[in-house]
Write a protein that binds this ligand. Sequence first.
Ligand SMILES: Cc1ncc(COP(=O)(O)O)c(C=O)c1O
Length: 436
Amino acid sequence: MPSPTVDPNLAEALRELGCAGATELVLGGMPARDLAQRFGTPLYVFDAAVLARRVARVRAALGPRVELLWSVKANPSLAVTRCLRLAGTGAEVASLGELHLALAAGHAAAALRFAGPGKTDAEIDAAVGLGLGCFHAESRSEVAAIAAAAARHGTRVAVAVRVNLPQELAGARMRMGGRSSRFGVDAEQVPALLRAIGADARLQLAGLHVYAGTQCFDAAAFVQHAQQLVVHAERWERDLGLALCELDLGGGFGTALFEDDPVFDLDAAGRGVRELVAAHDRADRRWFVELGRYLAAPAGVYLTRVVRTKTSGAQRHAALDGGMHQAAAAAGVGTVLRRAPLVVHATRLGEPAGDSVALGGPLCTPADQFGSAVPLPPLAEGDLVALLGAGAYGLSYSPHTFLSHATPAEVLVGDGPPRLARQRGSARDVLRDQAP
Ligand SMILES: Cc1ncc(COP(=O)(O)O)c(C=O)c1O
């Protein structure tokens, strides 16, 4: 029998998990079916060895002068954040909650960066009190709030300005700059703000930050955008007589999570960044790149079991015990065109597909669907379906209170025996924190 053709992104996702050519999904040395048996479904599984390999690959590509930051928002898992720290990443956070998570994962407050356009005065105050390393400020008003917090705490606080450059980040699926934006400070407003920070004894001007979009599949566009930041930094240093030592070049490296996604050329991005750094480096300079999805997505698998199958019209349907309330990104939330995520029959890898199946979860909305015609080996009730590339923007990005299912458990594999990283919720959690 000819072996079925496998989509290249699916093949790469399996290779990354060490399952190329395997007949069943094995994660960190344990068959997915055993993990599902032991920890139940739906289940998130994160592989520490994959996380460490991703970090090593990115650090090698970017070179030794660039500090790699983990964007905690991509997966606020203590276990994942700790693994990534041990693999050599710093961290950037976007809320007080993420700041606490990063501290619990072993990061020093003084090494953390805090970005986000809507930091409240209370969050800023608490972050200063905890000894946060540097704010990535997104407005003049935020800078005033940071200065006020610094005065209350009797300390000097480092601030970098997030710049909204005049150019969009070409090649990014979701763009956050290059036009009127809540994110960052428009480039023409930056000099006055830098002057104000530089003149304020409560503040220490750290440098500049840019982050202009996510799922950028164009390495040359990323480098070109980073270069724009550097050009602006040098001009402002010259014009204003100020030092902008820290340059955070952003991130958003594209990660192939759907069957027709292109592949991000990490080597080309790394080469471009290394050349940029070499051309503009100096002793007091610190360079950063911040990544979420690219580091974590390939290390995660969402395991879910078929609850019911049936035929409706001419189409086979399978209702799973997991769905878009726990894996919204894989169900296409936030994308314009719905496409099939990287999905496999966990115990029958590489077997030929039967009739295509519409795969969805238990929610009472047609939006709860991973694909309307997914080619998989025939699915029976009780079978295990695995969504690959699920290590970023999973549960935390999902409307997981919709329909009040228990939240899934999370398991860490790949550094010792599998261990529970987050307990499964309970059906009674719906009552928690509600007035009786
Ligand atoms: C400021 C900032 N940094 C980093 C990230 C992480 O992006 P990604 O997961 O695409 O690497 C985001 C995502 O929205 C962000 O807003």
